[in-house]
Design a protein around this ligand. Structure first.
Ligand code: FCB
Length: 442
């Protein structure tokens, strides 16, 4: 029997500690005819961008199955559900609320409220309306103001139904993967773009925080950042410097402006043409007070010095998950402790953690012991960080169910619930049952 457990005195066993499951609009909804196109629709329809050439057209058809999916969420015994709002579903091209789309989410929020499940709403989980990308997307400063207007309208419409708002999910992915490496939508490549997109995303966050503070003062308002801690391959000074540079470039770049109101000092080492354009007052907007920080953690990365570049990432050593990410839970504890040392953090929620595994359904059962082991190690890692003084208030498993895994399409399964994409039948995996038992036996 697969189980999950925590030390008897762990604060993660307290009633106040929240357990949840997470999803994102584009990854599960489908229902594309009831919304405007987004950058991921375009990206999916560009041959060669998504591993299995799939799209978000149907996904988990959560658009039709949302009610059963809330039954499923409730059946897992969780305290909270983290979902994201599809911007192109709720805002028209002229910037008005699309009431049909708003109602879709209002129904979900009402149903969650009725079942006493706290709603953690992410306003932007990467599905930028395509018409805004056509105007330059996150390279256009105007998009930040469009995001503020969207946040303003939707937070008024949602009234008091939301427990926590995250403005953005993982701006690193939107900026770096979308506008620098080009492996995510909109697929733009060039070192001169990434930091410009990042600045506009962070500005959008700050502007949205202002309107959330006004419209929704009783919810917890913050952001969700992902961290892939950077380790040097050796103790050599050069490798240590390379890892530190990578950490500033990929991780600290997104958190330092929020808490210190400035970008890492490596900015001075980046060519001028790669710098963002920072207007007076921007950093004050970006460093708006936050009620919580959402932390997403999956893996670490190892770097060595490189003669031409500032760092070189080496292949991850085993053990690896099915998506090729090293399983290294110690980095999770070290990350949380180090963030707590570097910054004056608000309470932290672990807004995503989980693993893709090569699941097999045998006789209607998915016995994903490998995923249970991953969760066990990472729950322990969070507990260790809390014992070292980090204030963590909740933990969300990524994901509620298998779904569209971005550039990997449907090939990688992250769910604690299995999805049969032909029939849309959901089957709780052993990991889902173990998670439920941990939560309900507290
Ligand atoms: C994170 C994303 C989430 C999911 C996981 C595996 O970067 O926020 O949507 O794809 O990775």
């Amino acid at each position: 029997m697969s189980t999950l457990s925590l030390p008897p005195k762990s604060k993660m066993l307290a009633d106040e500690f929240l357990y949840g499951v997470a999803t994102a609009s584009f990854q599960i909804e489908g229902g594309i005819n009831n919304r405007l196109p987004c950058i991921w629709d375009t990206f999916c329809n560009t041959p060669g961008k998504v591993a299995d050439n799939s799209t978000g057209e149907v996904a988990c058809d959560h658009f039709s199955n949302w009610k059963q999916d809330i039954d499923l969420i409730e059946s897992l015994g969780v305290d909270a559900y983290r979902l994201s709002i599809s911007w192109p579903r709720v805002i028209t091209e002229s910037g008005e609320l699309n009431q049909e789309g708003v109602n879709f989410y209002l129904d979900i929020l009402n149903e969650l409220q009725r079942r006493n499940i706290k709603a953690f709403v992410t306003l932007y989980h990467w599905d930028l309306p395509q018409h805004l990308e056509d105007q330059g997307g996150w390279l256009n400063r105007e998009t930040a103001y469009k995001f503020r207007d969207y946040a303003d309208k939707i937070s008024i419409a949602f009234d008091d139904k939301v427990y926590a708002y995250a403005t953005l999910n993982e701006p690193f992915c939107s900026a770096f993967l979308g506008y620098e490496a080009g492996i995510h939508a909109p697929g733009i490549v060039g070192k001169e773009f990434g930091k410009k997109a990042a600045h506009h995303l962070l500005l959008a966050h700050g502007l949205a925080m202002q309107v959330l503070a006004k419209n929704s003062p009783n919810s917890q308002n913050g952001i969700v950042l992902n961290f892939t801690p950077c380790y040097p391959e050796s103790d050599s000074e050069a490798d240590v410097k390379a890892a530190s540079f990578a950490d500033d470039y990929f991780n600290q770049w997104y958190i330092k402006p929020l808490f210190d109101g400035k970008y890492p000092e490596i900015m001075a080492e980046l060519p001028k043409e790669n710098h963002p354009e920072i207007l007076e007052g921007d950093m004050a907007i970006i460093s708006h007070h936050m009620d919580f920080l959402g932390v997403n953690f999956y893996t670490r990365a190892i770097y060595r010095a490189d003669a031409e570049e500032n760092f070189f990432q080496i292949d991850p050593p085993a053990p690896l998950t099915d998506i090729g990410w090293e399983i290294y839970p110690k980095a999770f504890t070290e990350l949380l402790v180090s963030l707590n040392e570097k910054y004056t953090l608000p309470p932290v929620y672990i807004t995503e953690n989980g693993a893709a595994m090569p699941d097999k359904m045998i006789d209607g059962v998915v016995n994903d012991q490998d995923r249970v082991d991953y969760y066990q190690q990472h729950l322990n890692a969070v507990n260790d960080a809390m014992m070292q003084g980090v204030e963590v208030k909740g933990y969300f498993a990524w994901s509620l169910m298998d779904n569209f895994e971005w550039a990997e399409g449907y090939l990688k399964r992250f769910g604690i619930v299995h999805v049969d994409y032909d029939t849309q039948v959901r089957t709780v995996k052993a990991s889902g049952l173990a998670y439920k038992a941990l939560i309900t036996n507290r």
